[in-house]
Design a protein around this ligand. Structure first.
Ligand SMILES: *Cc1c(COP(=O)(O)O)cnc(C)c1O
Length: 385
């Protein structure tokens, strides 16, 4: 593989996204080299160079890791990015490589629904787990003596936001590392490393790849020693991305800015339409000027995401609403070009009301989507009579 081409850190997001991670052009070669399927590489004699065994490294990962690195930390060459089999593989690689028995860690109490399982595992290994809600910077109160602060902002599914710069400052002042789950924002919405965090961790399964057909995760970090431990963890656990998934992800990043701008603009329009409806309560979208998250979000985010959360009066009403939608699939996950929505309580994990809906806004025409949502709200009310 060839070297990283000239500096793209000063271009716009769209320009950077379409070229992110591409090697210098080579005559008769494709712009984005195809996936390299290899369990092992020719390795005569001494072990030199990066590619020897497919669990340790792969040229298709290398290009994708460069692409994500260029988006998470444009213009910085002190940042290392590692891709993983899934967002959970990436999250676990940071937590389990950095924490030892006797350490304390601060996790969000309102974060991704698998975190309670991670918590139980950490506790089984003798790590003290403290939790705090995302909004209001409540993490500050439980930070004392912690080794790692884990932030999820905006939080999934409640869409609360915390002041990342402020929390990083407090954590670093007492020697704690900070990791930010950047899944919901994507690197075009928020760049945690520039806000001071040590790790930006994300699921690439969501809006980063955006087509609902790939599971992927990554860790970008600027602390070389910590990242060496994360890399070692990937090798030990073997939670590696397949070359095909890595290649699909890289191909999808070319359209990231297009998708994000379209989906996020429509998400704001959907939120504005929902707020007119008397049956909708607890409407949350960080891009709404009067959302409780907006002030802090505006200080640290450049785009506000494609997820809108709201609550309908009852479980039955929410179920009828989801069933009445024609352009929005009842499915979990978020960030894809096809809109999805679900009643979050069906999983049992999140502390949300029975009628709580998390909607992921896709790339459909905004008028079509809003009309579908409003019609489904009307129909779900009528059938209650
Ligand atoms: C989906 C998600 C994850 C987990 O990612 P997977 O790719 O499904 O393993 C982690 N954090 C957040 C905020 C998520 O939304």
């Amino acid at each position: 593989m060839t070297d990283i081409p000239k500096d793209r850190s000063r271009t716009g997001d769209g320009t950077r996204a379409v070229r992110a991670g591409l090697p210098e052009p080579v005559k008769h070669e494709p712009t984005l080299p195809g996936p390299v399927f290899a369990a092992h590489f020719h390795l005569p004699g001494e072990v030199t160079g990066p590619y020897s065994y497919g669990r340790d490294d792969n040229p298709t990962w290398t290009l994708l890791e460069r692409a994500i690195g260029e988006l998470e930390a444009p213009g910085r060459d002190d940042v290392e990015t590692l891709v993983f089999a899934s967002g959970m593989a990436a999250i676990s690689s940071v937590l389990f490589s950095q924490l030892r028995a006797g350490d304390a860690v601060v996790l969000p109490s309102d974060g991704y629904q698998v975190l309670p399982l991670v918590r139980a595992q950490l506790e089984a290994y003798g790590v003290e787990v403290r939790t705090a809600p995302t909004g209001g910077d409540a993490q500050l109160e439980v930070l004392d003596g912690a080794r790692l602060l884990w932030i999820e902002s905006p939080s999934n599914p409640g869409l609360d936001v915390c002041d990342i710069r402020r929390l990083v400052q407090a954590a670093h002042a007492q020697g704690a590392l900070v990791a930010v789950d950047n899944t919901l924002a994507t690197p075009l919405g928020q760049r945690p490393l520039e806000l001071g965090a040590d790790f930006s961790v994300a699921s690439g399964t969501k809006q980063l790849t955006g087509h609902g057909d790939v599971l992927l995760g990554y860790v970008a970090g600027r602390n070389a020693e910590a990242m060496a431990a994360v890399r070692r963890w990937r090798k030990i656990v073997g939670a590696i991305s397949g070359p095909m998934e890595a290649w699909l992800a890289h191909r999808s990043i070319a359209t990231l800015q297009l998708r994000v701008d379209r989906q996020n603009a429509t998400a704001l329009a959907v939120a504005e339409a929902l707020r007119q409806r008397p049956e909708v309560s607890g409407l949350r979208y960080p891009g709404l000027p009067d959302d409780p998250s907006h002030k802090t979000a505006a200080q640290q985010m450049r785009r506000y995401g494609c997820v809108v959360s709201f609550t309908l009066p009852t479980r039955a009403r929410a179920e009828r609403f989801l069933e009445a939608l024609r352009l929005v699939e009842d499915a979990t996950s978020f960030g894809g070009v096809r809109s999805t929505a679900e009643r979050r309580r069906r999983w049992g994990g999140d502390a949300v009301p029975e009628g709580f809906i998390r909607m992921s806004v896709g790339a459909e025409d905004p008028e079509d989507l809003i009309a579908d949502v409003l019609r489904a709200l009307d129909e779900s009310a009528e059938s209650a009579e």
